[in-house]
Write a protein that binds this ligand. Structure first.
Ligand code: SF4
Length: 442
């Protein structure tokens, strides 16, 4: 290997991004140094996502790009969901790959690297039946102010389109004591924002005798001195109980934002998706959130063109958008995934029709976002400053309700504001962000 250097590229969701922080921590603890490009690295890792076919293809195309460099001292590894899903077949498809490991095996990464460093050609870590997933104590966090903590791994639901139960295994909750210890440690090191992560975060149940549920854990993390914001993602509507909104109501440290994926506005399609709730049950949760004591942003995920989705089903999704007025949404065309129940379903919707539905949905949502963001003009919001846009001469802030609010702060005299909490008055709004000026300056 050409020196102990590594490069990691991460695809997919926030869980994956945080998993990469754990992997980077493990590599640095073993004496590896991060480098900026795959060309410079002795070890190139791809932490992959298999939620959609496109994301999966991207990884194999990356591997092809560097094929010729393998064997000249450069090693390649595939981590994450594609690794778990494809397993040792990856060695056949991309013979220059030396390491294939799913997320449940990252605690054994050190041992796997030892074998590779000793010259073993192909090493795989694909066991899913492990309770050790959380024992990666030194994640190397990129951001010095906001930190993620995984509290639940895997998923016990069986949504008909989703590959996660096959790539991340059964649901395992982390002991509350361990979550609290990590959160307290982060607060002591100056972190002020914590995001609790799980594929299905609100089905959390403390495995220790205290048996805290998600709302109890949320309230306790929010009560840690020094923590100013707590977020969580992703919630499943079936497990989203009123106690979560009550915890948000009684503790302003818990951010004014719920991400609650609905996937479809049609009860018929929801049943086919095996989502375990109806449109009415989803709307009841929306009602709880909309009647919370302080205004709360609501965002969602929607899949269009699920097998059998009729024009009428799609219209129901559009009506749902009008009724709920989400603050933002992630929308996707249905993507068939291996091993999932939807793969066997008759899918008569032509691709062009799926694309047309996606565009209609996105256009409608854009109009809603323009309207909702415009309502912020003239109001002030507190932001956590995340960075600087030099070209525009603006600071980049994020509000408690997860809006990006770019702003000017004439008095900063070149000092960095990153990590500070500042009041900002909104002066302009677009579909995806707000613009304003530091309220302390006006
Ligand atoms: S709840 Fe459904 S969509 Fe979410 S990870 Fe589990 S199976 Fe996938």
């Amino acid at each position: 290997m050409s020196g102990k250097t590594f490069y990691i590229e991460t695809f997919g969701c926030q869980m994956n991004a945080h998993d990469s922080e754990k992997v980077v921590g493990a590599l640095i603890a073993r004496g590896y140094e991060p480098v900026e490009t795959p060309e410079e690295a002795g070890l190139v890792l791809y932490n992959t996502c298999s939620i959609r076919d496109k994301a999966e293809q991207k990884v194999f195309s990356r591997l092809q790009q560097f094929k010729r460099q393998a064997g000249k001292g450069k090693l390649f590894g595939v981590l994450g969901c594609v690794a778990q899903q494809e397993g040792e077949r990856i060695f056949e498809r991309a013979p220059h790959v030396s390491l294939v490991a799913g997320s449940a095996s990252y605690t054994r990464l050190g041992e796997m690297l030892t074998r590779i460093e000793a010259g073993e050609r192909r090493v795989a870590g694909l066991s899913l039946d492990t309770g050790e997933t959380f024992d990666t104590p030194f994640p190397r966090r990129d951001n010095p102010h906001r930190a993620c903590i995984t509290i639940v791994e895997g998923c016990d639901k069986s949504c008909a389109y989703c590959v996660v139960p096959f790539t991340r295994g059964h649901e395992r909750s982390r002991a509350a004591e361990s979550v609290m210890a990590e959160a307290r440690g982060l607060a002591e090191r100056g972190y002020t924002e914590i995001q609790l992560l799980g594929q299905n975060v609100n089905s959390y149940r403390d495995p220790s005798p205290a048996a805290w549920d998600f709302a109890a854990l949320l309230a306790r993390v929010a009560a840690i001195p020094g923590i100013r914001r707590v977020r969580y993602t992703t919630s499943h509507p079936r497990d989203f109980v009123k106690a979560i909104v009550d915890a948000m109501d009684s503790n302003p440290v818990i951010c004014d934002h719920v991400h609650l994926p609905v996937q479809s506005g049609s009860t018929r399609v929801l049943a086919a998706m095996q989502r375990l709730y109806t449109r009415d049950e989803y709307m009841r949760r929306v009602e709880w959130i909309k009647t919370a004591r302080r205004p709360c942003a609501l965002t969602t995920d929607i899949i269009v063109g699920f097998p059998g989705e009729t024009g009428r089903d799609f219209d129901e999704t559009l009506r749902l958008l009008d009724e709920v007025e989400f603050d933002s949404l992630f929308s996707f065309k249905y993507s068939p995934r291996p091993k999932t129940a939807a793969l066997a379903m008759n899918d008569p919707i032509p691709p062009a029709e799926k694309q047309a539905r996606l565009l209609v949905l996105q256009e409608k949502q854009r109009a809603i976002q323009i309207r909702r963001n415009a309502a912020w003009i003239g109001r002030a919001a507190e932001v956590l400053v995340e960075g600087r846009n030099q070209a525009l001469g603006q600071w980049i802030g994020r509000t408690s309700d997860n809006r990006i609010l770019n702003f000017t702060h004439p008095g900063s005299n070149g000092d960095s504001l990153e990590g500070r909490y500042l009041p900002v008055r909104v002066t302009r709004a677009g579909p995806n962000s707000l613009v304003g000026e530091s309220a302390s300056m006006v």
